[in-house]
Design a protein around this ligand. Sequence first.
Ligand SMILES: Cc1cc2nc3c(=O)[nH]c(=O)nc-3n(C[C@H](O)[C@H](O)[C@H](O)COP(=O)(O)OP(=O)(O)OC[C@H]3O[C@@H](n4cnc5c(N)ncnc54)[C@H](O)[C@@H]3O)c2cc1C
Length: 413
Amino acid sequence: MKVDVLVLGAGMVGISSAIHLQDRGRSVALVDRRGPAQETSYGNAGLIQSEAVMPYVFPRDPSVVLQALFGLRTDARVRWSALPKIAPFVFAYARAGSVTSARRTALANVPLLARVRAEHEALMDRAEARHHMIDGGYIRVYREARDLEAASKVDEAVRDEFGVEFELWDTKRLAEEEPNLTRPLAGAVHHASPGRVDDPGEVGAAYARLFESGGGTLRNGDARTLNATDGGWRVTTEAGVVEAREVVVALGAWSADVLAPLGVRPPLGVKRGYHLHYRPSGNARLNHLMFDSDNGYVLAPMKRGLRLTSGVEFAHRDDASNFAQINAAETQARTIFPLEERVEETPWRGARPCLPDMLPAIGPVPGKPGLFVNFGHHHLGFTMGPTTGRLLAETMTGETPFTDPAPYRIDRF
Ligand SMILES: Cc1cc2nc3c(=O)[nH]c(=O)nc-3n(C[C@H](O)[C@H](O)[C@H](O)COP(=O)(O)OP(=O)(O)OC[C@H]3O[C@@H](n4cnc5c(N)ncnc54)[C@H](O)[C@@H]3O)c2cc1C
């Protein structure tokens, strides 16, 4: 079959890109080796982080790095055996961690994050998925008063520069808002504006159904079969060959698998993460999605129970799972919230696709006519998918883009 555009990868980013291209009159085939939103876009914490202007930068405190290297932290761990393979990304990430670079990233985040909620809500309305959205924002909790104070100083600076509002909750207010916490904590930072969903995978699947109901084609196939043809591109799917004038690589953590054979080598790394679900004990209820700042995990009330998502594991994308970090997060979570047994035995694992400056790569690949990218959404791919999908589609179809796409060019490295 022939279409105008092939989109490779049916995660939140690829699905959203496909819908925005379709909205602009393009016939689109979306190709994935699995079903829609079954990889990283399935297992995340479901937070639409409109407030997340400041990037997660490489830690500047050497003791934090050492603790991560020796498995002494719950928020970040390093797989020693993976170091030879992941070192180029880790060094590039460390180099990009300067104050200047982080500020550049923050400035580039602003126009994207300003729209993330509205873009999701627009797609949710069209996809009859609005019931998945939950208001109330999220909280970052702190055990120690000095840590809460230090964090609030950072939040104040971000509010002053970027207008990101927040509320500071002391011990008493936090206990009122979350009466089922099992011990008093120093307090929390509450961000009220972010949205969250009760099932990110189902939201992705609903967007994919919207794409299909609009005439889009969803195909199973291996994106690594991509070939350049005379004036276009071709990929082989289970239902035959699909040809197109243009192709979008939106394969998240797998994007380099397709780009490298074409001579395009982005400095893509991964930060892996795990999740598990729990029922709360008795009638206990968690009213907000809760980020435990001391241990880097999230406890998110979802359809299947409380979803515990772990912090960051620096490992090779395809290394075998190591559950030590999610087990440690579970131990910590149990010290502040009453959890029953695990819902599932084996933790889910995902890979956040990361470029060193913690910005995605969006737009054309210079020197490769008809080749476009949309990947590298790090901690914010669920948040940003519908927005960067719009930006890519506007860029590809000659519309005036809603923001200058220059900061996200793939050749910025
Ligand atoms: C524990 C955890 C918690 C997170 N929490 C949040 C959060 O709260 N909010 C947020 O915004 N983000 C969060 N993220 C990040 C977010 O999940 C990712 O940034 C996002 O899912 C990336 O989307 P994507 O579409 O780029 O990639 P993916 O969803 O991974 O999609 C890539 C697709 O490519 C397909 N693919 C790969 N190789 C091939 C091939 N050879 N052929 C065909 N198809 C292929 C895969 O099957 C997959 O469907 C979290 C991530 C983790 C791990």
